[in-house]
Design a protein around this ligand. Structure first.
Ligand SMILES: [Zn+2]
Length: 92
């Protein structure tokens, strides 16, 4: 089963991610079909990235565009998209 919403943490390509069992902690692991590397979604929310995800969420709620958010947070558009994908997959 492909997990369409996710973006690979290694090559940043969306839509080529499959579920790949669970880590000992019970966290879902994912495998990128393209680069064959695995990752865990929760990595993205560790450290200061948690704040960035929150900021993106609140700025989106204010109606700002991805470009505006990218400029105001100093985060690349690619990373903004990655966070948005994560926020959307979390909301399901
Ligand atoms: Zn990849």
């Amino acid at each position: 089963m492909e997990v369409r919403q996710l973006v690979c943490h290694h090559c940043n390509v969306p839509g080529r991610i499959r579920r790949h069992g669970q880590a000992r902690s019970g966290i879902q692991r994912y495998l990128c079909v393209l680069c064959k590397k695995t990752f865990q979604v929760s990595y993205i929310y560790q450290g200061h990235e948690t704040n960035i995800a929150k900021q993106i969420k609140s700025l989106l709620a204010e109606g700002q565009s991805r470009e505006q958010i990218s400029r105001s947070l100093g985060v690349s558009l690619k990373n903004i998209d990655r966070h948005i994908y994560m926020l959307e997959s979390e909301a399901i």
